[in-house]
Design a protein around this ligand. Sequence first.
Ligand SMILES: [Zn+2]
Length: 183
Amino acid sequence: MFRDHMSRNTPLGEQARRFVQSGGLVPDEVVLGMVGERISRPDCQGGFVLDGFPRTQPQAEALAETLRDRPWGQPMVVYFAVDADQLLRRLTGRRTCKVGGEIYNIYDCPPKVPGRCDHDGGELFQRPDDREDVIRERLSAYDAQTRPLVDYYRARGLLAEVNAMGSQAEVTERVVQVLGRTP
Ligand SMILES: [Zn+2]
């Protein structure tokens, strides 16, 4: 959503840009504005997945408030449990196609030709927020502000933990199993 708003240069996108580029967290009023607008669209009527939100307890409380008057009920929260080393490898290795947005990993899922997308030959680049120094900043922001949400949601019976070590196929399979049940 940040990238969508930033690429369209909306007022919310302009506000978000400064924080995304420095690895900081985007202020709640910006994030909640984007979420509220997005989930009001028709394609969310049957439900939706929030990826990377909420990231703080105030956001979680605001989300609960937003959902109170909507038809979907309480969220199921999927917690991906993964080692810090593995996480760094995935993030620092990530490369994105400039043409189609396809995602590669130079360690685990490299393109056939280095620097080029298999699908459309587009140039692969590293997003500014995937650089190692920015990632370390993101991880310490996560520890301070987001990790407490694990206990917050576990206490409310909404947390489903998934072992996220393993291949994409293995982790996908585990997520599908979890989504088939109530936490
Ligand atoms: Zn591509």
